[in-house]
Design a protein around this ligand. Structure first.
Ligand SMILES: Cc1cc2nc3c(=O)[nH]c(=O)nc-3n(C[C@H](O)[C@H](O)[C@H](O)COP(=O)(O)OP(=O)(O)OC[C@H]3O[C@@H](n4cnc5c(N)ncnc54)[C@H](O)[C@@H]3O)c2cc1C
Length: 313
């Protein structure tokens, strides 16, 4: 109940232009600024530096240039161009060749053809340099369009991409089977958006039960699934099922977000599980940041302490 309320409150605040303006001015100002706990920086160079630190701790990375809800064809083209330049810089830097992106960044609010054109430009460059491209999942308004776009590029022959399935959506059991049938790589998450109850389970117990069920299907029948959660109970269920099925630790990977449960990240990696950290960066960090606050209102305490600390120094 409290969790649903806070998600609602933060998704409303995420729409506030004034708050965005204030946060953008202070959130990334210096290395100690509050948004830097969750966002690696505003430039690809800063993200690569953060990725090096993550990799030195024995972890894998996926880099995400933040952006969503792009409203013009020109804006979507610029986002695709930014991804192409990012691929070149990551390739030159030597950090892991794995990126994540959102389709509303590439034009999904405009039309499917624009989105597919932009996505194909990125997938072509990514394939040449041996990158994997994860297509993040956005709110339920985009689920079908995202999966259908993915299927289009899959059917053209692109194999260097995968999708995300959210366990809170009632439709996800069918979508998991759809992706298993294709042989596509799936990242399983609980889901980060505020959703109506006809689309999504509202109780944590139901979201968790669905997560366990989908995790088992993916571990048994999927293609190198990614189990993306910070929840120790979900991690324990995954480890127990993998052990019962006698799966080697590298049959799947765990994933977590930059700045969240760093203790668990290194612990799982030290135990031999591939652990990938999602490293977000870019100027458009505000909606992503607000989703992280909404997931755990205790994070506000952390923001307030950083702001007060900065004002004192
Ligand atoms: C690699 C990765 C990629 C993702 N991609 C997507 C995507 O494409 N689409 C999408 O909808 N969602 C995505 N998510 C977000 C996901 O849907 C959840 O909102 C988020 O992971 C929180 O859920 P949880 O599984 O960690 O469990 P929860 O039950 O929410 O949390 C379990 C525990 O994790 C810790 N924790 C969780 N969130 C936070 C936080 N913000 N700050 C501090 N501690 C926290 C706390 O200790 C908490 O008790 C992604 C998550 C990860 C890890």
């Amino acid at each position: 109940m409290l969790a649903a309320l806070s998600k609602a409150a933060f998704s409303m605040l995420a729409g506030s232009a004034t708050l965005k303006k204030i946060a953008s001015r202070y959130g990334m100002r210096s290395s100690g600024s509050f948004a830097r706990r969750f966002i690696a920086g505003e430039t690809v160079e800063e993200a690569i530096e953060a990725a090096r630190v993550v990799e030195r701790a024995g972890l894998l990375v996926t880099l995400d240039l933040l952006g969503e809800s792009v409203a013009s064809t020109a804006g979507a083209g610029e986002a695709a161009q930014a991804y192409l330049s990012m691929i070149g810089k990551i390739e030159a830097s030597g950090v892991g060749r794995n990126i994540s992106l959102k389709l509303t960044q590439l034009g999904l609010d405009i039309d499917r053809a624009t989105t597919i054109d932009n996505l194909r430009r990125i997938l072509d460059a990514a394939a040449k340099a041996n990158f994997f491209v994860r297509i993040d999942m956005e709110s339920s308004a985009y689920t079908e369009a995202t999966l259908a776009t993915f299927e289009t590029v899959w059917n053209i022959g692109y194999r260097n991409a995968g999708v995300v399935i959210q366990s809170y959506l009632r439709r996800s059991a069918a979508d998991v089977e759809r992706m298993i049938a294709l042989g596509a790589r799936v990242r399983l998450v609980k889901g980060a958006y505020r959703e109506p109850k006809d689309a999504a389970f509202q109780k944590k117990s139901e979201v968790d039960a669905a997560f366990v069920e989908l995790m088992r299907r993916l571990l048994q029948h999927g293609t190198y699934p990614a189990i993306a959660t910070h929840d120790p109970a979900m991690i324990a269920e995954t480890r127990a099922f993998a052990a019962a099925q006698k799966l080697p630790p590298n049959a799947f990977e765990f994933q977590m977000l930059y700045g969240i449960r760093r203790d668990l990240q290194t612990q799982l990696a030290a135990q031999g599980f591939p652990m990938r950290v999602y490293v977000p960066f870019g100027k458009e960090w505000f909606p992503y940041f607000m989703r992280r606050l909404g997931e755990r209102p205790a994070n506000i305490g952390f923001v307030v302490r950083s702001v007060l600390g900065e004002r004192r120094s």
